[in-house]
Design a binder for this molecule. Structure first.
Ligand code: F6P
Length: 542
């Protein structure tokens, strides 16, 4: 059965509405309604979400909100909060919100409050941060730690890596945090090239503690350390973050130095857990707590705000509109902030690993498009690379512009120019430039420009975008921002009838790689391979 939502009268009404409004240009909608910004923007929790440059009318929003109710997103929120195993294919509850829960009320999992465990691990993170920052934790030669290397991949890397860069203005001055993820030895080798074993500590971060990339990098890092300081140094230079303490011990890490988390935390939702340890080390425990508080505030907003004023709900419904009714296949995330430069990459995992699926909760194809391809780069850099295509390439590319009202690095003259560029881009994408306007512009140029250029200077416009303004990029607002996208992702799962919390799509490649490895190592015969795979392997033989 297809997604039941597609069988509702509201879905059909939205299809008809999309067909009827297809010819309407955003510039006409703005011209017709001087209050469009006031009507189609939300100010909540200190954030401003301007979606007036989306191709929507009040009727579109009325129908989308009707769809929201028909999908019973509130029911899914209640199931999530109650600790039901809503990740039904792995029979797991989804309780990452407990990691940032700010009240003394319990969060129940199988009848037991998880909060004492959450607080115990938070206290462990705090005492470890105190020991490293206070220079009480010493390496094997008695020297304090100056460099932390987080070894992890996917959710055990992208969140803390993105947040460490985002909060660069809050960085602890004595400790530098590095991230290694790639199986390519170049990643680890280039990182270690500048480090001293005596003053380096490794955080091996893996939910399962079996991930090939992470274990290979961890073993190579261990060999690097042992070659310089001997086997006994491992316990002073390695800590672990995992749900699998048995494997942590097998690797040789003292489980007293293991920071635990639980099966009910999905990898891509784990920034708030002990996976955030390198971030806490980079920016200080108090800032990590502010991040959790910001995320908790967004959770509360998502639970309590009516759909009309609800930030994650609005983002999710706009994605449904653009994807399922206007046919968008990609979604650009364009932070006008160097500090948020890794946000698009982080959101790629969050959104595409969660909702890049076709099979619905009932095991049948949902029967419609789901997660668009999420991509992006920080502005203004992207303007000098791919914006040409967004402006004149003829594709529908909804964009999220994200900016802060104030700069986190306040160099004179920079921030206002940055904001001017950000707002100019969304204006140009919305308004476009007609042939007549292009001709008039050429004619009035001094000296007059050749008229044959006019068609090249036409911009179709009508490219939808949303602009999210944060007061500043700091721990609390970053927590809000990430939780906003998390909740949007959850809501989209409910609307698209998907389980957003499994990731079977990453398994097949892993399975085939483990079959090919012995062949590449020369330990097994290359039988049963297609000619391309066999040819490539043969070409790599020494
Ligand atoms: O890519 C699949 C995946 O399971 C992600 O969901 C996860 O974040 C990543 O691998 C890393 O897994 P682990 O933390 O178990 O090493």
């Amino acid at each position: 059965m297809t997604n039941p939502l597609t069988q509702t009268p509201t879905w059909s009404a939205l299809s008809d509405h999309a067909a009827a409004t297809r010819g309407t240009h955003l510039r006409d909608l703005f011209a017709a309604d001087p209050r469009r910004f006031a009507t189609l923007s939300i100010e909540a929790e200190g954030l401003l979400l301007d979606y007036s440059k989306q191709r929507v009318t009040t009727e579109t929003l009325r129908l989308l909100r009707e769809l929201w109710r028909a999908a019973d997103v509130a029911g899914w929120q209640a199931r999530l909060a109650a600790g039901e195993a809503i990740n039904h294919t792995e029979h797991r509850a989804v309780l990452h919100h407990a990691l940032r829960h700010q009240h003394c009320t319990p969060v129940l999992f199988e009848g037991r409050d998880v909060m004492p465990d959450v607080r115990r691990v938070l206290a462990h993170i705090k005492s470890f941060c105190d020991a490293i920052h206070g220079r009480h934790w010493r390496g094997a030669t008695g020297e304090p730690i100056t460099d932390i290397v987080n070894i992890g991949i996917g959710g055990s890397d992208l969140g803390p890596r993105m947040a460490t860069q985002a909060l660069a203005a809050h960085r602890h001055r004595d400790v530098k945090v590095h991230y290694v993820a790639n199986l390519d030895g170049a990643d680890l080798a280039m990182t270690l090239a500048d480090l001293q074993p005596r003053t380096t500590l490794f955080v091996v971060a893996s939910k399962t503690f079996t991930t090939q990339e992470t274990m290979q990098n961890a073993h190579s890092a261990r060999a690097w350390l042992v070659a310089a300081l001997g086997e006994a140094a491992v316990e002073r230079h390695f800590v672990a973050v995992s749900t699998n303490l048995k494997e942590v011990a097998a690797f040789g890490i003292d489980t007293a130095n293991a920071f635990e988390f639980w099966d009910w935390v999905g990898g891509r939702f784990s920034l708030w857990s002990a996976i955030g340890l390198p971030l806490a080390l980079a920016v200080g425990f108090d800032n990590f707590v502010r991040l959790l508080e910001g995320a908790a505030a967004m959770d509360r907003h998502f639970r309590e705000a009516p759909v009309e004023e609800n930030l994650p709900a609005t983002l999710a419904l706009l994605d449904v509109w653009n994807t399922n009714f206007l046919g968008a296949e990609t979604h650009a995330v364009l932070p006008y902030s160097q500090s948020l430069g890794l946000l698009p990459r982080y959101l790629q995992q969050l959104e595409m690993e969660s909702n890049g699926k076709q099979v619905g909760r009932d095991g049948q194809p949902v029967g419609h498009a789901t997660c668009p391809v999420v991509w992006g780069e920080p502005g203004t850099n992207g303007q000098h690379a791919f914006y040409q295509l967004i402006h004149q390439g003829g594709r529908l590319i909804p964009c999220d512009f994200i900016a802060a009202r104030t700069a986190d690095f306040a160099l004179p003259g920079h921030h206002q120019k940055l904001l001017a560029n950000c707002f100019a881009q969304s204006e140009a994408l919305m308004r476009g430039k007609t042939l007549d306007e292009a001709r008039a512009e050429l004619a009035s140029a001094v000296p007059p420009a050749p008229t044959f250029l006019a068609p090249y200077k036409v911009f179709p416009g009508n490219q939808p975008s949303t602009t999210l303004l944060l007061p500043a990029i700091e721990p609390y607002t970053l927590g809000q921002l990430v939780a906003l996208y998390e909740q949007k992702t959850f809501a989209l799962g409910a609307l698209w009838n998907l389980n957003s919390f499994d990731q079977w799509g990453v398994e097949y490649g892993k399975q085939l790689a483990s079959r090919l490895l012995p062949i590449i190592e020369g330990k097994a015969a290359a039988t049963g391979l297609d000619s391309s795979t066999a040819g490539l392997i043969a070409a790599c033989k020494p």
